[in-house]
Write a protein that binds this ligand. Structure first.
Ligand code: 5GP
Ligand code: ZN
Length: 113
C-alpha cells in the first residue's frame, strides 16, 4: 500500500535492520527500541491491524505466530520475551500496518521479588 512505511520496509523500498525474512513476513529491529532486544514482525501483505484480518489471512496469521519463537531463538531470547500488538487508537497504534513487537532482555518490574 502506498504511503505505508511498513509496506515500504517489506518491499525493501526503505532500509531496515532485518532479523528474519521469507516470502510472507519480515522481522526487523525497531528504530526506537523500548527494550534491549526489540524486533517487529509484520506480514508483507498490508493488513491494517488485527481488526482487519480476514478469513483468507488465517494461514498467514498462523505462519506469523509459528515463526515468532524461531525468530526469538535466533535473537538469543531463550530466557523469555514478550509479544505485543497494539491495535487501534485506544492502544496508541502509531503504524497502521499489523505488527507484533518482540521485546526481550528487559529487566522486568513484575512479578515483584
Ligand atoms: P506501535 O505503537 O504502532 O505499536 O509501534 C510502531 C513501532 O514502529 C514503534 O515502536 C516505532 O519505533 C517503530 N517504527 C516506526 N517507524 C519505523 C521505521 O521506519 N523503521 C523501524 N525499524 N521502526 C519503525
Ligand atoms: Zn502496509
Amino acid at each position: 500500500m502506498a504511503d505505508c512505511i511498513f509496506c515500504m520496509i517489506g518491499n525493501h523500498d526503505i532500509p531496515s535492520n532485518v532479523a528474519y525474512e521469507d516470502d510472507q513476513i519480515i522481522a526487523f529491529h525497531d528504530l526506537e527500541p523500548q527494550a534491549p532486544v526489540h524486533v517487529l514482525v509484520i506480514p508483507k501483505k498490508h493488513i491494517t491491524g488485527l481488526d482487519d484480518v480476514k478469513e483468507e489471512d488465517k494461514e498467514l496469521m498462523g505462519h506469523i505466530m509459528f515463526k515468532i519463537h524461531e525468530i526469538a531463538a535466533d535473537l538469543g531470547l531463550e530466557n523469555g520475551y514478550r509479544v505485543v500488538s497494539n491495535n487501534g487508537e485506544d492502544a496508541f497504534q502509531t503504524v497502521k500496518h499489523l505488527h507484533f513487537h518482540i521485546l526481550g532482555k528487559r529487566k522486568m518490574t513484575w512479578p515483584p521479588g
